[in-house]
Design a protein around this ligand. Structure first.
Ligand SMILES: [Zn+2]
Length: 195
């Protein structure tokens, strides 16, 4: 039996870059790798996983209603399945990924642990329950402390209300420590060089 891995981190913690490097590494050694990500709407097909440091690769996209055992079969099978943005999988899909490990498939999921309200995403919750290996990809807050919160920022303020997925909104996300997450709910965020 192979293992189910969950590698989680906040926004901007280079999860996608790690996913792409892991895929590259397995492929170089001759493994058949399926790179995939869930769709936040109903779209399926091909897309690209791209990281902020410039790496990108084509991936396959599945919708929330897709059975992932069938999805892997339809894509010609795989020795290793790598899922980016795994927080958006349903609990049932994580159960299916776990099933795949019984058929000798390594499954490595990358994603956020919690949303902007600091509550677990459905997929992340199930991954924490089922993964044999859970690993944190660490990241830093603008103040230098460890970032653990995924703050939603609207007009320079951290907000903690609204839907989990906001499509087409003008908000930004920033990984922060808990102190900054609380502070900038009351106080406007100073601009940084990159914002
Ligand atoms: Zn901070």
């Amino acid at each position: 039996m192979k293992r189910l891995y969950f590698k989680y981190g906040v926004m901007g913690s280079s999860k996608s870059a790690s996913a792409l490097m892991t895929a590259f590494n397995y492929r170089q050694k001759g493994y058949n790798v399926l790179l995939a990500k869930p769709s936040i709407d109903t779209r399926e097909g091909r897309d690209v996983i791209s990281s902020r440091i410039g790496l990108s690769a084509e991936c396959k996209v599945f919708s929330k209603s897709k059975n992932l055992i069938n999805f892997v079969k339809e894509n010609g099978g795989a020795d290793v399945v790598i899922v980016d943005e795994a927080q958006f999988c349903t609990a049932k899909q994580i159960d299916e990924l776990k099933e795949l490990t019984l058929n000798d498939v390594v499954v490595i999921c990358y994603g956020l642990k919690t949303n902007f309200k600091s509550e677990l995403f459905e997929g992340s919750k199930r991954l924490l329950e089922l993964a044999e290996s859970v690993q944190e990809i660490k990241s830093v807050c603008r103040c230098g402390s460890k970032a653990t919160m995924n703050a939603r920022v609207v007009n320079g303020f951290v907000i903690t209300e609204g839907k989990e997925i906001q499509i087409g909104g003008d908000e930004k996300y920033e990984a922060m420590c808990f102190a900054c997450y609380k502070k900038y709910q009351k106080e406007q965020l100073p601009q940084t060089k990159n914002s």
